[in-house]
Design a protein around this ligand. Structure first.
Ligand SMILES: Nc1ncnc2c1ncn2[C@@H]1O[C@H](COP(=O)(O)OP(=O)(O)OP(=O)(O)O)[C@@H](O)[C@H]1O
Ligand SMILES: C[C@@](O)(CCOP(=O)(O)OP(=O)(O)O)CC(=O)O
Length: 407
């Protein structure tokens, strides 16, 4: 007897950043944050969970490697889901299964721990799949939050707000959808991968250090992020794309400023990141001068050097053309291996944009590749319609063949 579910969950990218906790164990933030959930067609975590009375112990495999389940964050998620399940065991028929051991197998189809929000997709997927296994109803964001703060926002699609909450027990620190995926129609996302290796200072340690040492962080938490979040909500409600872009870039820059103000400093952006940011400002100057503020592009950087760009669909071909010219691919790459994700042909550039790209002429290979994607919806239960990562007879990971993560 064995029960198995397979789910996928998306990455999310914050436009108002979460940086700093008021409670390290429950993972309660110092400020509200707002994010876009990205499409799972290009980037997702995929998790299969099996429970069976024949399993001898709990087991966990991540990206093909067995890992310890002793990690307190995973344990907290498991404990909370089982607690919720046990409350309704008589109605849902889960009684008995709560004592069965669990096998968890997960894979990300993009780099893990590289500042591309793998922990967000990974924990959202784990918690969502656990919810399906034990038949939990209702909001799961406060459980995902206990795996990784940003994971709570990946429980929903479109634009999502994570409310910091006021309660000490974290019950009101939850994520909610504030606008559907198509709120800003035909919006594209371009992730500029400058480095996809494991980052030096993880977000957890980095933000702890900032809270302890940065005075600029006091200003962010007490003043600027509060008014910026209110302005962001207004820009979203009024669909004011130009304002949305300005606020997104301002908040990313402020997060990296408090990181720099940390002792010792947490430096996530590199020279390539700064060159991408400068190019986007120059591009926006061109658009603003020609009166096309709805064609503005904005950048945001998480705890790594990779820019995430939000780009109106009408200019994404042009923007990709600009990036390809400013950051030429290495000689071994072609357009398809340089621009991954949704297939697209970069468009020819105007003379003005050509000279803009060449002003800062970078050597080849400064950007390793680009991921072209869009805004998407929340986690999916694919049980029955997608390849399970665990063998349905043994409950052990399948061999690599047919074990892909694409839904
Ligand atoms: N699919 C997954 N299932 C369960 N846990 C995962 C999964 N993917 C990542 N994780 C956990 O998240 C950790 C990586 O988190 P980390 O915050 O260091 O990187 P990141 O999420 O890629 O970057 P950032 O949060 O700064 O954008 C992994 O070491 C692992 O513990
Ligand atoms: C820069 C960020 O991506 C920080 C994400 O931090 P994590 O959610 O990874 O941190 P923990 O809660 O300690 O696991 C900004 C954001 O996503 O809001």
């Amino acid at each position: 007897m064995m029960k198995t579910v397979t789910c996928t969950a998306p990455v999310n990218i914050a436009v108002i950043k979460y940086w700093g906790k008021r409670d390290e164990t429950l993972i309660l933030p110092l400020n509200d944050s707002i994010s876009f959930t990205l499409s799972q067609d290009e980037m997702c975590a995929k998790t299969t969970i099996s429970i069976s009375p024949t399993f001898k112990e709990d087991k966990f495999w991540l990206n093909g490697k067995e890992e310890s389940l002793e990690n307190p964050r995973i344990q907290n998620c498991l404990k909370e889901v089982r607690r919720r399940a046990s409350k309704r065991k008589h109605e849902s028929g889960v009684e008995g299964t709560l004592n069965w051991h669990i096998h968890i197998c997960s894979k990300n189809n993009f780099p893990t721990a590289a500042g591309l929000a793998s922990s967000a997709a990974g924990y959202a997927c784990l918690v969502y799949a656990l919810g399906q296994v034990y038949g939990i109803e209702g909001d799961l964001s406060s459980v995902a939050r206990q795996g990784s703060g940003s994971a709570c926002r990946s429980i929903y699609g479109g634009l999502v707000q994570w409310y910091k909450g006021e309660e000490d027990d974290g019950t009101d620190s939850v994520a909610q959808s504030i606008a559907p995926p198509e709120h800003f129609p035909d919006l594209r996302v371009v992730i500029c991968v400058a480095n996809d290796g494991r980052k030096k200072t993880g977000s957890t340690i980095g933000m702890r250090r900032t809270v302890l040492t940065s005075r600029l962080m006091q200003y962010r938490i007490q003043e600027s992020v509060i008014s910026r979040t209110a302005a962001m909500k207004k820009a979203i409600k009024e669909k004011d794309w130009s304002k949305f872009c300005d606020l997104t870039m301002a908040d990313s820059n402020e997060m990296h400023a408090v990181c720099q103000d940390t002792s010792p400093p947490c430096v996530y952006m590199n020279d390539t990141s700064h060159t991408v940011a400068a190019l986007i400002h120059q591009y926006n100057d061109v658009k603003t001068t020609s009166g096309n503020v709805n064609h503005k592009v904005c950048y945001t950087f998480d705890a790594g050097p990779n820019a995430c760009l939000f780009v109106p669909g009408a200019v994404v071909g042009e923007l990709l053309g600009l990036l390809m010219r400013a950051f030429p691919p290495s000689p071994t790459q072609n357009t398809d291996t340089y621009i991954t994700g949704i297939p697209i042909q970069p468009t020819d550039l105007t003379r003005e944009l050509k000279s803009l790209a060449e002003e800062d002429g970078q050597p080849t290979g400064k950007l390793k590749y680009l991921i072209h994607t869009k805004i998407g919806d929340g986690p999916r239960d694919l049980t029955g319609s997608s390849t399970s990562l665990l063998d349905l007879s043994t409950g052990l990971p399948k061999q690599e063949d047919g074990n892909g993560v694409s839904p």
